[in-house]
Design a protein around this ligand. Structure first.
Ligand code: SAM
Length: 339
């Protein structure tokens, strides 16, 4: 990718895609809404249809690369160099901090920044808390509630808990409301700031630290909802969902016993999506439990209720043909209790 072409409303999506495939990046200087349509059309044309997950991910990576080649300029006040562009200053401030210089940003990325700003303002209603959680840009949003319910309902022992990989802090909030003294940890600074915001609002108090996996010390309960899909992340924002080679999961299980008080419990939340995608077998998961020195004390299951899972279950014939949609139709989320 080396040539930068300035393009405008005279360019169709087909012409733009041809230029991208010949190695150009495109600086959109036309109408913002037309630019969005060009990007949406490129995205549609390169929509993944691979029936095995490897092919699907390669097609997704190619789609992301092409879509991200359409850029817009942002000046040093975060104003977009396109006609009828929205005011993205509050959204950019949240995602990038204070602007310092003119720069080029993928139009698609800005759409993500705008969407994240709206989601943060609106929040996600979490029935188990009867409250809204406000995700920050780049932090895993609890838009599916079934795993939160599992944590709200599991039988509780002990008084102290760690929430490893806390994200928005949603599970830490549930545990704190259940009366535990909670320390939450995440290695993503955006998540740490986000969890602190949410937990300060929701109460009771939770200590939130930036740590690779475990906070210092030991707890009687250690909860972790790791990224569920053992495959390489395509974008930085994918890291909360993709865990290449099950690295976080394996490291978490290998270290959990050293951070657990005697008689304590580990709660691992995991969907079996990876199994339906052929990325990790149940046997491999049980082998990781075995190697951790922990024994299974119980398991509770839930069927996801988020709209995409429901659509996949209700209308398998309307399945978009991609392997992820097919796997979603079969997915079950589990809370494994290990001792
Ligand atoms: C699937 S999200 C779960 C977030 C939240 N616990 C929830 O249930 O909504 C996984 C989280 O783990 C965090 N994470 C990934 N690797 C980590 C590590 N090595 N140490 C701490 N946190 C990590 C990610 O930043 C992300 O916030």
């Amino acid at each position: 990718m080396n040539t930068l072409l300035v393009i405008d409303d005279a360019w169709s999506a087909s012409r733009a895609l041809r230029a991208i495939e010949q190695g150009s990046r495109l600086l959109w200087q036309g109408d913002w809404h037309n630019g969005r349509q060009v990007v949406a059309a490129i995205k549609r044309r390169l929509r993944p249809g691979g029936t095995d997950f490897g092919t699907y991910r390669r097609q997704r990576a190619r789609q992301a690369q092409a879509v991200n080649a359409v850029l817009v300029s942002l000046d040093s006040t975060d104003s977009i160099g396109a006609r009828r562009a929205p005011d993205v200053r509050p959204a950019c401030l949240e995602a990038y901090g204070e602007p310092t210089t003119d720069r080029l940003v993928a139009l698609q990325e800005l759409l993500g920044v705008i969407g994240a700003h709206q989601l943060r303002r609106r929040g996600v209603y979490v029935p188990a808390l009867d409250a809204r959680i406000h995700p920050h840009y780049g932090v895993f949003a609890p838009t599916r509630s079934e795993y939160v319910e599992l944590v709200a309902d599991a039988p509780l022992n002990g008084r102290t808990a760690f929430d490893v990989g806390t994200g928005t802090g949603v599970l830490a909030a549930v545990l704190a409301r259940r009366g535990l003294a909670v320390t939450a940890a995440d290695n993503n600074l955006r998540a740490v700031a986000c969890a602190r915001d949410n937990l300060a609002r929701l109460g009771p108090a939770v200590d939130v630290v930036c740590a690779d996996l475990f906070p210092p010390g030991r707890a009687e309960l250690i909860v972790c909802n790791p990224p569920w899909i053992p495959a390489r992340a395509i974008s930085a924002l994918d890291h909360a969902v993709y865990d290449e080679d099950s690295r976080m999961l394996s490291r978490f299980l290998a270290g959990a016993r050293d951070h657990l008080e005697p008689g304590g419990e580990v709660w691992l939340i995991l969907s079996d999506l990876a199994e339906h995608l052929g990325l990790r077998s149940r046997g491999e998961l049980l082998e990781l439990f075995e190697r951790s020195g922990l024994k299974i004390a119980g398991r509770s299951d839930a069927v996801p209720t988020h709209p995409r899972a429901q659509a996949a279950r209700e209308e398998p014939s309307a399945d978009r043909g991609d392997s992820l949609a097919a796997a979603r139709a079969l997915e079950v989320t589990s809370l494994w209790r290990l001792r």
